[in-house]
Design a binder for this molecule. Structure first.
Ligand SMILES: Nc1nc2c(ncn2[C@@H]2O[C@H](COP(=O)(O)OP(=O)(O)OP(=O)(O)O)[C@@H](O)[C@H]2O)c(=O)[nH]1
Ligand SMILES: [Mg+2]
Length: 390
């Protein structure tokens, strides 16, 4: 890990963060690299910074090209209860799946690289919808910019979750690891890390605040404060979850790694030999502790389970709000993160309801009995009906 960087390097990093233009950032990152001693302990950091310099340089080139009028970004506006980006090598059946489970009508063809731009479609799951977005095929070297790789990876970075798709008539294990390693090189993790850290820098005056449900595993608040100060970060909010180490925090200063809830879908289960390959794939995907589904877009087998798996991996719940004066709750649920409390729902609804909150009545899975009266910190569950009194 990156501990024990010389003080000049830490100070230089503060300049990198403060830099206004990409050109200046690139120059300062190069200067930063020249101040980092090169050994095993810093090799990950050095690789990370080099990648970001390369990314910035490519971004600069792209924005120059855009000004000349060629090519646009891949961003798709989000809709529904979550945006899931479908990632996979050419020809695995991404368009076939999108056509089978959503309202979209993408082109399906035996030729590789048929889909050239992202295609969105809505998937109905019970009373909510997810937005699936088929990304153009991803290839080895995407994280270095091959075949629109950077745009595809930024689509993935901005999503709520990912579906990695592989082909059971090819080498599904190799395909899975190819996609996983390109994501990893782009700082996108598909396995939930033990501790998650997000550093939100604030202009002045908040000091170092630690928020979120996590705990510090091997350090005290003072240690964190001293570490951040050595990088001249004196005003920031740290959102932590899980068990967070000092190393995790130092990593978060440099890299903007993100975790994306992910499911793996193995397609073409109808073809010969698919079941044997599925068994091999299971052994590998298991190590990431993420769901794996076998499907066939041709026969339809397994497709029904997709909605439920997305729902579970996103870690969301549906809450139905009800006015005290009315008999029926809303038919459209409010979709919130699991672990959400009654007062957080009040805040989502209206600032008046939040400010004047008195108590709530609950029906459903989290209620001890129908109409249980609860306070602001009561944690809700999927399917709860909430009646807020204020
Ligand atoms: N046997 C079989 N063939 C399938 C299945 N799903 C898709 N295919 C075929 O696989 C080929 C590629 O399908 P597409 O859906 O276009 O694949 P894609 O991943 O969108 O491909 P690109 O957009 O080019 O990356 C087509 O010939 C499909 O008919 C399946 O479940 N079983
Ligand atoms: Mg396609």
């Amino acid at each position: 890990m990156v501990t024990n960087l010389p003080a000049e390097a830490r100070a230089k990093w503060a300049e990198v963060v403060a830099a206004r233009s990409p050109e200046e950032k690139i120059r300062l990152m190069r200067e930063f690299l020249s101040l980092v001693p090169k050994h095993k302990g810093t090799s990950k950091l050095v690789a990370n910074i080099r990648r970001r310099i390369a990314e910035l340089e490519r971004e600069l080139e792209r924005s120059k090209a855009r000004r000349k009028g060629s090519g646009a970004g891949f961003a798709i506006p989000k809709e529904g209860a979550g945006q899931i980006v479908i990632l996979g090598p050419p020809n695995v059946g991404k368009s076939s799946l999108l056509a089978a489970v959503t309202n979209a009508k993408p082109e399906v063809s035996p030729l590789p690289f048929t889909t050239q731009r992202p295609v969105p479609g809505m998937l109905q799951y019970e009373d909510i919808q997810f937005q699936l977005v088929e990304a153009p095929a991803i290839v080895e070297g995407a994280s270095e910019g091959r075949m629109n790789g950077l745009q595809i990876l930024s689509l993935a970075r901005n999503s709520d979750g990912l579906m990695i798709m592989v082909d059971l008539s090819e080498d599904p294990v190799g395909q899975f690891y190819m996609v996983q390693s390109e994501l990893d090189k782009a700082g996108i993790l598909i396995r939930r890390p033990e501790g998650e850290v997000e550093i939100i820098r604030r202009a002045h005056g908040v000091g170092i605040q630690i928020v979120g449900g996590g705990t510090l595993a091997d350090c005290t608040y003072e240690d964190v404060k001293n570490l951040l100060e050595s990088y001249r970060i004196t005003s920031a909010v740290l959102k932590i979850s899980g068990k967070v180490t000092l190393d995790n925090i130092e990593d978060a200063i440099f890299s903007h790694s993100v975790y994306k809830p992910t499911i793996v879908v193995a397609n073409k289960l109808d073809l010969p030999g698919a079941k044997e390959k599925m068994a091999l794939l299971e052994g590998e995907v298991m190590r990431f502790k993420i769901p794996l589904l076998a499907v066939s877009c041709t026969s339809g087998e397994g497709l029904k389970k997709i909605g439920e798996n997305i729902f579970r991996v996103l870690g969301i719940i549906r809450v139905y709000t009800k006015e005290p004066s009315s008999r029926e709750p809303s038919t459209k649920p409010l979709v919130v993160k699991s672990g959400t409390s009654v007062i957080e729902v009040a805040r989502e609804l209206h600032s008046e309801i939040y400010k004047n909150f008195k108590y709530a009545r609950i029906w459903g899975p989290s209620a001890k009995y129908p109409g249980e009266r609860v306070g602001p910190t009561h944690i809700l569950e999927d399917g709860d009906i909430v009646e807020i009194h204020y």
